[in-house]
Design a protein around this ligand. Structure first.
Ligand code: PGA
Length: 245
């Protein structure tokens, strides 16, 4: 089993810059990268840093293709709470990526449409880079526990933990959609490189389990360790393990 490369950074700002460094290097060698882009609070500093670098003429991303990681089922694409809208505002537009280079997940969740989506990605050679966060319940995207490493892109029921942690975005827990569509772990694991970012004390326990505990369907993020190239960026508040070598 390959070992993940773990970097423990002093704080969120340093983590965001380190993530942006990694993505910048990646884009220099692979300008037409096919990138899975997570939403959520954690990668926003990284995305802002990338946007600043583009503003300074240090980064070019116009050839990138962006793959949406996950979406609430049935939400209209122009709903401001849609994750696609969030990915557009935080990553696609600030980086000058043409709108036709964005591939949404099949939000109708129809199993045949989802299977065709996975086949199409596979035929095109898979993803080059997946930028992922981790939920406090160990999910990646909406691969909720339990999820096994062969999980395809599919419609899922959100766990109470995920509904709770998204309540702030919806005004009230009652308003959070109960179902979502997510790229499956199987597709994510075939990404050439995976960048997992985690920040803050609320992630400390789950990061520990995902990175150092047993690989288990109960912590879907733990399966990312099967990736040939997993980079983990955590800030000190989110890290409880030994100093990585
Ligand atoms: P967060 O979400 O970055 O907002 O903590 C991570 C996730 O749920 O995947």
């Amino acid at each position: 089993m390959p070992s993940p490369r773990i970097d423990v950074l002093d704080d969120y700002d340093v983590l965001s810059r380190a993530g942006a460094d990694m993505v910048s290097v990646f884009l220099r060698s692979t300008p037409a990268a096919r990138i899975v882009v997570a939403t959520g609070a954690t990668p926003m500093g990284l995305y802002r840093e990338l946007a600043h670098r583009r503003g300074r003429g240090e980064l070019e991303a116009a050839e990138v293709t962006v793959f949406q990681l996950d979406e609430y089922a049935g939400i209209a694409p122009d709903d401001r709470r849609s994750l696609l809208g969030w990915a557009r505002r935080s990553f696609v537009e600030p980086l000058g990526i043409p709108p036709d280079r964005v591939v949404p997940v099949p939000t109708d969740g129809d199993p045949e449409t989802c299977a065709e989506y996975d086949r199409e990605v596979e035929r095109a050679g898979g993803y080059d880079l997946a930028i992922l966060g981790i939920g406090r319940n160990g999910h990646v995207g909406f691969n909720e526990p339990p999820s096994d490493p062969s999980a395809p892109t599919r419609l899922v029921e959100l766990t109470p933990e995920s509904i709770d942690s998204n309540a702030a975005y919806w005004g009230d827990v009652e308003h959070v959609p109960r179902r979502a569509v997510t790229i499956g772990l199987a597709g994510l694991l075939r990404s050439r490189t995976i960048l997992l970012v985690a920040s803050g004390g609320s992630k400390r326990e789950i990061v520990q389990r995902a990175v150092l505990g047993p690989m288990t369907d109960e912590v879907p993020a733990s399966h990312l360790r099967a990736s040939a190239d997993l980079r983990v960026l955590v800030d000190r508040a989110a890290w409880d393990g030994p100093e990585p070598a």
